[in-house]
Write a protein that binds this ligand. Sequence first.
Ligand code: SF4
Length: 223
Amino acid sequence: MLVVEKGKWYRAEDFPKTNWTLSKWLWAPALRWYGIMKITIFRHVGFISGTGVGGGSLVYANTLPVPAKAFFESGSWAGLADWEQELQPFYQTALRMLGASPNPKFFDGEHALKSLAQEATPGAEPAPTHVAVYFGPEGEETPDPYFEGQGPARSGCTFCGACMTGCRHNAKKHAGQELPLTWRKQLGARSLPNRKWLRSSREAVPMDRRGYEVTLRPSTTWA
Ligand code: SF4
């Protein structure tokens, strides 16, 4: 299996230091900006999405909430299935793969939100968000804490707050990070960054081979 990605494949040190480094933060190929965040504006709606191996997980704020019961039981999908039950295993897999842990530190913003919540609902005890961040010793590298030592090393979060531009400290977990080698072999998947899909056809593939012939073009170079 081949995963084609038009953005780049990032190491921790490749992420921009601040969001003022627009060419590394935003995706706007016409300006030769090949960053991690793409903004798409339509007439009635706008989208923010991620570009790069790992997609949206490169540029989100790490939060991994599982919706409350009311979400699964409302909307046009409510009567189709017991979605809370159906989707539970997939939420669990995502939380495990992204290393969800409760945020251990509250700063001014969290304290303000907590007081607002308690003012609105007396007696409420807001819980910390679950985030895809490794909270080991701050700034210290530790052997892989997620996949029984088979994955890459991680460093403890330094609480620098730069999660939306990626994480240059290797504390934020995103879907573009290396999986343990044994898993990669089992899955037989590989990623091909810096390529944009143009077309694919089944007919062009010789009869003795299964698959598609796919035409790609480079996406992060001028030519
Ligand atoms: S080290 Fe900074 S950028 Fe990385 S997860 Fe922690 S707060 Fe976010």
